[in-house]
Design a protein around this ligand. Structure first.
Ligand SMILES: [Zn+2]
Length: 471
């Protein structure tokens, strides 16, 4: 995170009580430009800090099921290992495993080497930021004694769900969030009063046979009883003997999701296959229905997936549930958002939300949103955490090519600390971009504020009027 401007998000000012001041100098994004720009940054950042947020994407489980709980020598709970293990750092570095019930010091002695090569990465920096702001710890310079104390405080915090509420609602200033339950896709009741849900349709393209709903066939996906459309149908006494039955079931699922707390669709098929979905005639999809994978060719399976994806996109319009699609960083060969152009062009009534700004294809995402500005939104979710530098470039560019009401954002995390880190990085990123545009004379301060508020709050309400139910 090469710094341009300074940041002074006051720890005391956020109402969680005093924390150690140690490490503060490191948290500031050092000013390398004029004090005028820095002053503009301070003002716009303070304004963004004052705004409540609508966070369009997290993966928040019920408090007692949060990932990261381990057997400590004090019993089951969250600890420093659990936080890092549940973080995105695991994507780029392997952490030393935790041995059940071992004393913290034993793990810590083995662990520290894991951080040596990742200090500059986004997946380290975002949790560094959270540990700094929430615990007053500078993880870059942490001593053994401080690490043990940090571990103890994390364990204590996670004995009480209030910690989650305090961090999300007070520190991060989140008012509402949308949770993507990729572990229980067809459970449409939210766990938290501030939470709406996605209807995660990732697995539905595999509905040609009941044997598909099994993690061993799809190791990249978690699948249990609440991810299986055949069980969904069975529970409700719905027949499922033909492709027409399956299509009718999809419609019922949409109605059920909407009656529950789901407000949008979500797919992560980009982790499984190319995002190019052909408009396959029904006769070809029929051939796959009712047959297990072992009896089908790869082409027949793709035909079925493509056919169902098109139906999901149509149902998205019919039931007025915008479609959040993971684009970019997944199966890289097929996840460029331009792969979706045929679907987007043929379905002008469907509202598409392109996730992660299509990273690394952020310019392509901007161009798609510019071309299809009436039904495509850019979601910057996760991008400032992946690469702060890329996120800054993306916000600069997107604000130049699309109306500022087409950009929304989200976190994409599982713990209080992770969600805090992601939201704070987004605010910083946006504040730096807006301050730079002000400094260059491209935005008045008033207009910069309005754009910031659009992205963090207004645009979500415009796209999802149902969010107002909980305001
Ligand atoms: Zn996600």
């Amino acid at each position: 995170m090469a710094g341009v401007l300074a940041n002074h998000r006051g720890i005391e000012a956020t109402g969680l009580g005093p924390v150690a001041a140690q490490g503060n100098e490191n948290a500031e994004r050092q000013s390398t430009t004029s004090s005028g720009e820095s002053g503009q940054y301070q003002r716009i950042k303070a304004y963004l800090d004052s705004l409540p947020l609508i966070d369009m994407h997290e993966h928040l489980r019920a408090f007692d099921q949060l990932p990261g709980y381990v057997e400590t020598d004090q019993g089951r709970g969250m600890n420093l290992y659990g936080l890092w293990a549940g973080s995105y750092l695991q994507r780029i570095a392997k952490l030393t495993p935790w041995e059940p019930k071992e004393p913290f010091e034993k793990w810590w002695a083995r662990e520290q080497k894991d951080f040596v090569n990742v200090r500059a990465t986004g997946f380290y920096r975002y949790l560094w930021l959270a540990l700094h702001d929430l615990y007053g710890v500078d993880f870059d310079r942490i001593t053994d004694k401080q690490a043990a104390e940090l571990n103890r405080r994390i364990f204590e915090n996670y004995r009480n769900p209030q910690w989650l509420y305090q961090v999300l609602l007070k520190k991060a200033n989140i008012k509402l969030l949308v949770c993507d339950r990729y572990w229980e896709r067809f459970n449409f009741r939210s766990d938290y009063p501030f939470e709406f849900l996605t209807f995660n349709v990732t697995t539905l393209v595999w509905g040609f046979h009941p044997s598909e709903f099994n993690t061993s066939l799809h190791p990249g996906q978690i699948m249990g009883p609440l991810d299986d459309p055949y069980l969904f149908a069975q529970k409700r006494g719905l027949p499922l003997n033909s492709l027409d039955d399956y299509l009718a079931l999809l419609d019922v699922m949409f109605v059920t999701a909407k009656k529950g707390d789901a407000i949008c669709l979500k797919t992560t098929q980009a982790y499984e296959r190319t995002l190019r979905f052909e408009d396959v005639p029904k006769e070809r999809a029929v051939k796959a229905f009712g047959r297990p994978r072992s009896e089908l060719t790869a082409e027949q399976i793709k035909d079925f997936e493509d056919f169902i994806m098109w139906r999901l996109v149509e149902l998205s319009a019919k039931h007025e549930m915008p479609f959040q699609i993971h684009t970019g960083d997944a199966k890289l060969a097929g996840s460029n958002p331009t792969q979706l152009l045929n679907l987007i062009e043929a379905n002008p009534r469907t509202k598409f939300e392109l996730f992660h700004g299509g990273y690394p294809w952020v310019s392509e995402t901007g161009a798609i949103a510019m071309r299809h500005g009436d039904h495509v939104w850019i979601n910057a979710v996760w991008l400032p955490t992946i690469s702060f530098t890329m996120a800054k470039r993306a916000f600069h560019e997107w604000l130049e090519v699309v109306s500022s009401n087409r950009i929304v954002w989200g976190g994409d995390d599982t713990s209080a600390e992770g969600i805090y880190g992601e939201t704070e990085l987004t605010r910083r990123c946006l504040a730096e971009v807006l301050a730079e545009k002000m400094y260059q004379g491209e935005l008045t301060e008033e207009h910069a504020r309005q754009i910031g508020k659009n992205i963090l709050w207004d645009n979500a309400l415009e796209l999802y009027p149902r969010l107002k139910e909980r305001l």
